[in-house]
Design a protein around this ligand. Structure first.
Ligand code: NAP
Length: 311
């Protein structure tokens, strides 16, 4: 008798919830949350950051399905068996979350909500100067699955949007910049800088004081990508010398953000706990199940990570 192909849910968050949804999507598969000691192959594993040794211990592994869009931790673990594809999370729920989170930060700053909150603390009733969205330049670093829709949303709201990517990308309604040499031009004069780059050797420390100084004074940094892109000390200096007006940060070099980090108490740093775009079990299981179906039909997998590129 043929065995049902096994799917191991090794994600730490809500494994039973994921398993229930997988069983409904793929009833011809065996879905487990721990590997039975039966020596049978496990062609599919669903992971965030798996415990050390887990991936190497799986017999017959064919596809690693990541519940995260960013996979730098998986690649850095050195535990991905050579030749086994990692499919990263590309999911409408994640896109919706990031679009909303960035829209929330940009609009709150653009319409002076942060500044009015400060005024409120002092009981001050005074209208602040405003600009039209069309008078503001927003630069989005990363024009991929998240950066693209975020740029489109901001352009729809009327902002003058630029995108910056590794290779040339066309996002309707936005000006596209590509490659390291074009970074300075992409950021020059921007009112808002949104980071949606993956963490790679090329993006580490990219956002430093020099780059921030190219923006319009008093501008906003929004980081929804990864903390490694930002030089923390430079960001604090830029806030304190007026280069930046505010920073909305969701991701940090160390997470959770250590209790003594100066970001916590800075009046113009707005922190969320890596919550900009969370993986929703329902939408993400539909996407992962479709990857498994494609694989079993012999079709090429979508959204496979390129280990050499790092994303
Ligand atoms: P993606 O589709 O792979 O897009 C990445 C974009 O970054 C692409 O446009 C890529 O350029 C560009 N890029 C990569 N390296 C670059 C470089 N060296 N120079 C210039 N551009 C570069 O990834 P995604 O799905 O949009 O996700 C982006 C990141 O968001 C993830 O890696 C993750 O770190 C982060 N994220 C955060 C949260 C959260 O809750 N805060 C949630 C999900 C994801 P090309 O188009 O030329 O390839």
């Amino acid at each position: 008798m043929n065995r049902m192909p096994r799917i191991l849910i090794a994600a730490r968050t809500n494994p039973e919830g994921f398993a229930t949804l997988f069983r409904a999507e793929l009833p011809e598969h065996e879905v487990v949350t721990a590997v039975p000691d039966d020596g049978a192959p496990t062609p599919y594993v669903v992971v965030g950051l798996p415990p050390p040794g887990l991936l190497a211990s799986l017999k017959g592994l064919e596809v690693i399905l990541s519940i995260n869009a960013g996979v730098e931790h998986l690649l850095a673990s050195g535990e991905v068996p050579p030749g086994v594809p990692v499919v990263r999370m590309v999911d409408p729920g994640l896109v919706a979350g990031m679009v909303e989170w960035v829209a929330g930060r940009v609009l709150a700053w653009h319409r002076n909500l942060f500044a009015y909150r400060e005024q409120q603390a002092g009981g001050l009733w005074a209208q602040l100067p405003e600009m039209l969205a069309a008078e503001r330049i927003v630069t989005v670093l990363g024009a991929g699955e998240l950066g693209g829709p975020v740029a489109t949303m901001l352009a729809t709201l009327g902002f003058a949007v630029r995108t910056w990517s590794r290779t040339p990308r066309v996002v309707p309604g936005c000006s596209g910049f590509a490659g390291r040499d074009a970074l300075g031009d992409a950021v020059a004069g921007a009112d808002v800088l949104v980071n949606l780059l993956p963490a790679t050797a090329q993006t580490i420390d990219l956002i430093d004081h020099r780059l921030l100084s190219r923006m319009r004074p008093g501008s906003l940094l929004v980081n929804g990508g990864r903390g490694s892109a930002v030089v923390d000390a430079d960001l604090l200096r830029a806030l304190d010398d007026g280069v930046l007006g505010a920073a909305a940060l969701d991701v940090f070099r160390q997470e959770p953000l250590p209790g003594d980090h100066p970001f916590w108490s800075h009046p113009r740093v707005f922190i969320t706990p890596h919550a900009a775009a969370i993986t929703h079990a329902r939408t993400s299981v539909a996407v992962m199940a479709e990857s498994i179906r494609r694989h079993e039909r012999g079709e090429p997998l979508a959204n496979v990570v390129d280990p050499a590129r790092g994303y």
